[in-house]
Design a protein around this ligand. Structure first.
Ligand SMILES: [Fe+2]
Ligand SMILES: [Fe+2]
Length: 152
């Protein structure tokens, strides 16, 4: 068992519906932030070498909106209130820096969705975990697009 698996096992008993709703609202606030960043970045990204990624970022923006809608629907289904709070969006005038900010955010988002999937499964919320798995596949594609654009 790896360290991270051991840590997961430790937390295995503690996932109430309220905790899942709280976590999903954090995820929703993170999706709002991603929408804002991709809307702005896709329209301001400069440089011929970034031509393709600017188009991809527009696609990311609409996929993040679809994620926000799905997460909000799941929160409502669980009996919670979807948040209206947005996590503070980040911005840089430097194109490379902007892509790095987005990459970091996608990695964070994936990490949090993995944790949410574990919480959902521990609590027997399998429809939720299925929905989150579909979202995470797209977040991983976003991460790959950003890595490719950065050449890493
Ligand atoms: Fe997303
Ligand atoms: Fe994403």
């Amino acid at each position: 068992m790896s360290n991270s698996e051991a840590a997961d096992a430790e937390g295995a008993s503690s996932s109430s519906k309220a905790e899942i709703i709280k976590g999903l609202n954090e995820d929703l606030a993170r999706e709002y932030k991603a929408i804002i960043q991709y809307v702005v970045f896709s329209s301001t990204l400069k440089g011929a070498e970034y031509g393709d990624i600017a188009e991809q970022l527009k696609v990311h923006a609409s996929e993040e909106l679809a994620h926000a809608l799905e997460v909000a629907r799941q929160i409502d289904y669980l009996g919670g209130d979807p948040t209206v709070i947005v996590k503070d969006a980040e911005y840089s005038q430097d194109s490379k820096k902007m892509l790095e900010i987005d990459l970091k955010q996608e990695q964070e988002t994936i990490k949090h969705y993995r944790e949410r999937i574990r919480q959902a499964e521990r609590s027997g919320e399998f429809a939720l975990s299925e929905a989150l798995r579909d979202i995470i596949v797209q977040e991983q594609d976003h991460e790959i697009d950003l890595r490719d654009a950065l050449g890493i």
